[in-house]
Design a protein around this ligand. Structure first.
Ligand code: AMP
Length: 112
């Protein structure tokens, strides 16, 4: 079981900022910017590469949740980044799909 599943199951605490029947959003424990929120599906999907056509609606809900979180956190107008790290070389450290919503400062591109 991943640490994110434990957050979904309320076995460990998290700073939850947004929740629907399908999606949970909580602050990253090691933020890289003033706003750094993780948006995850409640259903365990390992990573984007593991998604199938049946997950299309869920993927849309995750993106919508990112937009809502950004508005709620006050970073929508200034701009922000949504990123998902996929697999080993993508830098994924938790095997439960998550989208990072990052903002609140000027971001640079490309990332390291
Ligand atoms: P990734 O490297 O894309 O898999 O991102 C995993 C993220 O989860 C990292 O940014 C971690 O800081 C974050 N993280 C790990 N454990 C927790 C936790 N218990 N609560 C909140 N964020 C966490």
């Amino acid at each position: 079981m991943t640490i994110f599943q434990k957050i979904i199951d309320r076995e460990i605490p998290a700073d939850i900022v947004y929740e629907t029947d399908d999606v949970l959003a909580f602050r990253d424990i090691q933020p890289v910017a003033p706003v750094h929120v993780l948006v995850i599906p409640k259903r365990p999907l390992v990573r984007l590469a593991a998604a199938s056509a049946e997950d299309e609606t869920l993927l849309g809900k995750l993106m919508t949740a990112c937009r809502i979180v950004a508005e709620q956190q006050g970073i929508a107008e200034a701009g922000y980044r949504v990123v998902t790290n996929n697999g080993d070389w993508g830098g994924q450290s938790v095997d439960h799909l998550h989208l990072h919503v990052i903002g609140g400062r000027q971001l640079t591109w490309p990332p390291g």
